[in-house]
Write a protein that binds this ligand. Structure first.
Ligand code: ZN
Length: 75
């Protein structure tokens, strides 16, 4: 089985995105970051926080709003 068409489409950012690290306008080379350094910093930040792609997090219907801080505690 080849789940090649199962990959979620990445958001193509073509507009001038500001560097999430320092806030400067990102360059085309290190988009959305301005420099490799900033990209590295952000990458490290993600890794540190346990970067995960929100795949199964679809807010379908906010019928019941669980109080923050006791429901989901799995990591
Ligand atoms: Zn930057």
């Amino acid at each position: 089985m080849t789940d090649r068409s199962n990959t979620p489409p990445l958001r193509a950012v073509r507009i001038e995105a500001k560097c999430p690290v320092c806030g400067k306008i990102g360059t085309a080379q290190y988009r959305p970051f301005c420099t490799k350094r900033c990209a590295d910093i952000d990458l490290g930040r993600w890794l540190k926080e346990g970067y995960r792609v929100p795949a199964e997090e679809a807010p379908s219907e906010d019928e019941s709003e669980a109080p923050p801080g006791s429901s989901r505690q799995d990591r």
